[in-house]
Design a binder for this molecule. Structure first.
Ligand SMILES: *Cc1c(COP(=O)(O)O)cnc(C)c1O
Length: 388
């Protein structure tokens, strides 16, 4: 299905445009067709072209999955109907009594899936501050099976040392899964740093245009791939071919978009930091960010995600800003070409109990930005008028 072998040693820009792409064998179409079909005609029972039923095999999905593997420097990719469906599949590797060590600061929907769904099935979760890797090792018990981290985190931009956690995970023979959504494969490649599975909400930077919900897993180990493929087809959370096409198309411009997100992100972060109404800006590209050296070591850029608080820390003051921007749209999600502004406490992270949130430093007044790729001056002027 793909020309991935000829892409060895090619640079990211070339990978993104050519990974998984092979002229359609029946017509020569340069773009992978959207195989909008549920089944495939067989010559005789069991005699077919490798495609039987589209929950198990779909050529558009296979093209995307092969592209996902290439761009994350892994061997195998699997696409899911959403980011949380991809996370759900990873959790189904476990059985009752198994224990997961998870980051205390992570996407609210991941916390909800762990605490409201999988705890019911007897999986146990220990949440630790993974920015200090000693906490990870200290939490390991005889039942530990998997470590789940997210870096940078949503929304506080905390950084965890992937390589250091990977060495702990290997020492105790655990599976390390990294949610790489915020960085995207362009800025960070956890498999290269020793992780076993990379998870993406492809809804965000991979799709890049806020027009699709999708998830992805990438790995190197064939046994792990077989287990996760079995879960994918048995549980059925597969994306449709149209959505696979959209993410394939999004990936082609990942490098151009990420470069612009990084440039705009830096300008907006510097502007906010100097603004008299702002008390603190959370962005991992500041040299005084607590884990700047690790971010610099493991990332190839700092991205366009950031959060900030106002000197007036009442929720009403934040609401005023959230409803005053004209280019930044008030919405959940991130990673699209357009800039978004969000109130984690009441929107993306409302599913985390207030006590938990405050304990992790996620205050009621925190504002999160997904800086898009519009003109940087227009974005800064928009924030300036909203802050005034
Ligand atoms: C959005 C998001 C998810 C969940 O992905 P969906 O595609 O919305 O299901 C998981 N992790 C992070 C960091 C996210 O931003």
């Amino acid at each position: 299905m793909s020309n991935n072998d000829s892409l060895k040693n090619k640079k990211p820009a070339t990978l993104y445009i050519h990974a998984g792409a092979e002229p359609d064998p029946s017509t020569g179409a340069i773009m992978t067709p959207i195989y909008q079909t549920s089944t495939f005609v067989q010559e005789a029972p069991g005699v077919n072209k490798g495609f039987e039923y589209a929950r198990s095999q779909n050529p558009t999905r296979f093209a995307l999955e092969s592209a996902l593997a290439v761009i994350e420097h892994g061997k195998y990719g699997l696409a899911f109907s959403s980011g949380v469906a991809a996370t759900d599949a990873v959790m189904k590797l476990l059985k009752p009594g198994d224990e997961v060590i998870a980051a205390s600061d992570m996407y609210g929907g991941t916390y909800r899936l762990f605490s409201k769904i999988f705890e019911k099935f007897g999986i146990r979760f220990t949440y630790v501050d993974t920015t200090n890797v000693n906490n990870v090792e200290a939490a390991i018990s005889k039942d530990s099976k998997l470590i789940w981290i997210e870096t940078p985190t949503n929304p506080l931009m905390n950084i965890t040392d992937i390589e250091a956690v990977a060495s702990i995970s290997k020492k105790y023979n655990l599976i390390l899964c990294v949610d790489n959504t915020f960085a995207s494969p362009h800025l960070q490649n956890p498999l290269v740093l020793g992780a076993d599975i990379v998870m993406h909400s492809a809804t965000k930077y991979l799709g890049g245009h806020s027009d699709v919900i999708q998830g992805a897993l990438i790995m190197n180990d064939e046994t792990l791939r077989d287990q996760l493929y079995f879960i994918q087809k048995s549980c059925g959370a597969v994306p449709g071919p149209m959505d696979c096409f959209l993410v394939l198309r999004g990936i082609k411009t990942l490098h151009v978009r990420m470069r612009a997100h990084c440039e705009n992100g830096e300008k907006v972060a510097q502007f906010l930091r100097k603004h008299p109404a702002v008390s603190k800006v959370y962005w991992c590209g500041f040299e005084d960010h607590p884990n700047y050296t690790i971010a610099k070591k493991q990332m190839h850029g700092f991205g366009g995600m950031m959060s900030f608080t106002l000197k007036d820390d009442r929720a009403e003051a934040a609401k005023k800003v959230l409803t005053s921007t004209k280019i930044f749209s008030l919405a959940e999600s991130l990673g699209g070409v357009e800039s978004l502004i969000n109130h984690p406490a009441s929107m993306t992270h409302a599913s985390i109990p207030r006590e938990e949130r405050l304990k992790n430093g996620l205050s009621d007044g925190l504002i999160r930005l997904s800086v898009g790729i519009e003109d940087a001056d227009d974005l800064i002027n928009d924030l300036a008028q909203a802050l005034s």
